[in-house]
Design a protein around this ligand. Sequence first.
Ligand code: G1P
Length: 294
Amino acid sequence: MIPKVRKAVFPAAGLGTRFLPATKAMPKEMLTLVDKPLIQYGVEEAIHSGMNNIIIVTGRGKSAIEDHFDVSFELEHMLEARQKKDLLAAVRSVSDMIDVFYVRQKEALGLGHAVLRAKEMVANEAFSVVLSDDVIDAELPCLHQLHDIYEFYGCSVVALMEVPPENISAYGVVDAEPVSHNGGSGRLYRIRNMVEKPSPEDAPSNLAIIGRYILTPEIFHSIEAIEPGRGGEIQLTDALKHLLRTRPIYGYKFEGTRYDAGDKLGFLKATVEFALKRHDLGEAFREYLRGIQI
Ligand code: G1P
């Protein structure tokens, strides 16, 4: 039997230049969608997919992330004294749910390099990687969907999404053939090749990799074996391509809506959609939006 994936790696050492000046002194992972930082959405997705062991790869100036997932005695004491039960539960739920471990990536040398930093902590088991910029709203968490495929095949699985040609250069792109699975919903692919951020003419398809991966531990060897690629960085896509030489890799076109919260427009869209879905805010916010002149 294939053991369940328990560990989730969160690369969080990027510089967040797309959100300057907000990210000058604050990690981009702490940008807030309604009332939760981006990284917490990813952490909750991992927990709801059975992965309670959270490994965050941080860099300089990221201590707010560590504080966020830590117990805050003063805050809890104050909320308790003032009998703010709901807020207390919300604050505690963050630190109670998980075991968080931190590892430093001293220099931002690419996504593959960040994942490699987690090698010792992951040890010899399959693990997931979550890019918190990609916020995914789904009935069954995206990582859970990938895990179901992993449990069946025992191979690495990446999340896929169709994107229009004008946006394809922002992604890792796969060349893949559809595979029927369990009577099939047409969502599973076996990957033949992949390329990081190709020009539209060179893109092998319109299927882009989105920031959710389940990886088998051989990926570490592949990351160590490759040379810097696009942008002079050690790319995870290149390592996956290297792994393809010896292991099958699957892609799964997940069910759900993905927001690119690392982009200003994507972030705004996510904020509006998430606020509209909230039972405590949705109605009032909808009313407000109806009333403004656009
Ligand atoms: C990273 C990966 C890319 C992937 C993307 C998904 O790129 O390198 O392959 O398609 O995440 O969001 P980044 O957006 O960090 O430049």
